[in-house]
Write a new protein. Sequence first.
Length: 184
Amino acid sequence: MSYYLPETVDCNGELFEIFITKEQLEARLLLLGKTLDKKFDGKKPIFIGVLNGAFIFLADLMRYVSIPCEVDFMKLSSYGDEKVSSGQVTSLKEIDAKVKNRHVILVEDIIDTGLSMKYLVDKIKGYEPESVSVITLLHKKEATVHDVQVDYVGFEIPNKFVLGYGLDYAQEGRNLGQIYVLKD
Ligand code: IMP
Ligand code: MG
């Protein structure tokens, strides 16, 4: 099987180049999986993925985890089709699982301003879980202005617009097999 891994990609009229390769992603996910195995040994955590962006990261990450675990999804209102945040978050899809007294691991593709994750952590805490942890594949640390919990990070990245491996630009580009960055 071969994934879609072009050298450069034109997405909605903007040019993107390779930023984090498939090999780098696999190596990092392997380590994250091992870390989660240790931290949650004997706890049967529930992963809650944030749709749509986290679906590929979560799908791959889970397959590096060998302890018993479960999965569910939430969906938040997004950026719309822009490259900058609208500054408003609402919930479009709620979790079905009962998370009271459970160990919850929130899974995001990227934390930018931190607004979405702050909203999510507060929301999940309202369901009285035993613990809430946050894992994100990418973190634009210098762009994060909200006081948000981040426990596990795949890659800290500069404040640039990225695409692929679940992340979109105006809903396109999620199918790219690795991470691309807007060419300047
Ligand atoms: P935050 O609420 O500002 O932290 O934004 C988080 C959400 O914005 C992520 O879940 C993504 O959907 C989206 N986002 C932020 N930066 C990027 C990017 O560089 N590429 C694609 N989506 C992004
Ligand atoms: Mg997202």
